[in-house]
Design a protein around this ligand. Sequence first.
Ligand code: GLY
Length: 377
Amino acid sequence: MNDWLIGGIEAAFDKVCAQASRGGDFPHITQGGTWCTTRDGVWTGGFWAGLLWLGYEVKKSDALLTAAISFTERLLPRAADSVNHDLGFMFYPSAIQGWRLTGDQRYFDAALTAAESLAAQFNPQGGFIPGWGFFGGKDWSGSVLIDTLMNLPLIVWAVQHGADARLLDVVHRHAKTALANHQRADGSVFHVYKFDPANGTPIAGDTYQGLDAASAWSRGQGWALAGFAMLADMTGSQEYLAAAQRVAGYVEKHLPEDGIPLWDYRADDASPKDSSAGAITAYGLIRLWKLTSSTRYLDLAETMLEALTAHCLARPDSAPILVHATADLPHGLGIDESTIYGDFYFLKSLLALHGIKGRRDPDKGDTHGSLVQTSNR
Ligand code: GLY
């Protein structure tokens, strides 16, 4: 087993344990290296609860279990959010993981409710779930974000666990809208696509967090890759699998030599990095490898994770796991900082890789191997 991999996992667990012992609110992104926290978990609270569940699953620590329960329970009222396209981010790593590990029925019920709340935002005339309604003010009813794909597995899970099977139509119609409009011929994806909300007529590609409308915001490529790969896995769709492979092909061609994405693949080489895009993309590549057995995806994921471990681990005396993440450069938020979603997908990917390597080499001590199955989604 590689030393860098074990070292990265242990460094990440140390940070999770230290942050859990500090208590407080949900870590979101950093400013000057210090977590900005939120009381209600905004759209990212599920990732912090998810890190705590990953920590508990491996370390079996009572302190991590207590913290995981506490933060998960703080999110439960958000299951009824009626204007929030990120309910999958909020409830998959938290309530579903918590239910799997504890059997607590309240977590299961909340995850089902969250899936129904997400599906209820579907615009049947448009054929999509719009993004960013929670910003208020500006009309976002015709704007569809690539990020939303990553939230649809919550709905698939719900249908697999007793929700109305018609909710799957929402998943497939939204994903097909993204396939037809967000994905470009070169495999990259628009961050945002605008439609007429009255009838779904496509208007134009756009961006909010990327360099420009035609660019390839790197975290968006990661959300698309992982989102399509997860949906392919959960629904068996070859179309989603092919879409994920096209995004992966784009990343393979445009990833800088050091293995860490720039904040936007079309930004100039001196621009800030986005380690969170690297972590999310690596996670998507591992999912793609599981679906295709193509070693090129696993090798690229490993290259990216090794690069993050070598160049982006935060100092031991600071709170986050990864540095050099960029949350939202155009709006001046979290540039060359840390994000809780980057930290979550980094640890999740490292554990998945560790499990894969442990199964290939069972004599080398596979302490985390069993995680691959249980924390797969
Ligand atoms: N809006 C999701 C993200 O910043 O990645």
